[in-house]
Design a protein around this ligand. Structure first.
Ligand code: DQA
Length: 146
């Protein structure tokens, strides 16, 4: 089992950006949690990727085909705007889990729509960085039940 974790814009600023919403842990801690969780859950490989650019994220999703068995994705602000990321997820048709650090459902109206989520089989929100472990566990369960 190989997993790709994709993070969208401004998530590289974790620990600095709005700590009241996203916490004080850094992006390096997010990477560490994903590697630790993936190892414990039996993934042979996990790549943790971040980009501030929509097209780069689309390229990364397309490149996952044939290399990864599933995707965990936090598209960040692109969640609420990007049909291109939704279409890329649909194109590769890999099992995908949407994850958000904050509880987007309890935030502004404009965060209520999730395009990427329409191509995901599960959604984890409001669990902080621990949500990435939860998302990887859901992906592992899905891959085991194939
Ligand atoms: C986020 C929520 C988004 O609305 C926001 O634009 C982000 C982060 C989260 O993880 O809570 O950048 O995806």
């Amino acid at each position: 089992m190989k997993a790709l974790v994709i993070n969208g814009p401004n998530l590289n600023m974790l620990g600095i950006r709005e700590p009241g919403i996203y916490g004080s842990d850094s992006y390096a801690e997010l990477e560490r949690i994903c590697h630790e969780a993936a190892c414990e859950l039996g993934f042979a490989e996990v790549e943790v990727f971040q980009s501030n650019h929509e097209g780069t994220i689309v390229d990364k999703i397309q490149g996952a085909l044939g290399h990864f068995d599933g995707i965990v994705i936090n598209p960040a602000a692109y969640t609420h705007t990007s049909i291109a990321i939704l279409d890329a997820l649909k194109a590769v048709n890999l099992p995908a889990v949407e994850v958000h650090i904050s509880n987007v459902d309890a935030r502004e109206e404009f965060r209520q729509i999730s395009y990427a989520g329409m191509a995901c089989f599960a959604r984890v929100t409001g669990e902080g960085l621990a949500g990435y472990r939860h998302a990887l566990a859901l992906l592992a369960d899905r891959l085991h039940s194939k």
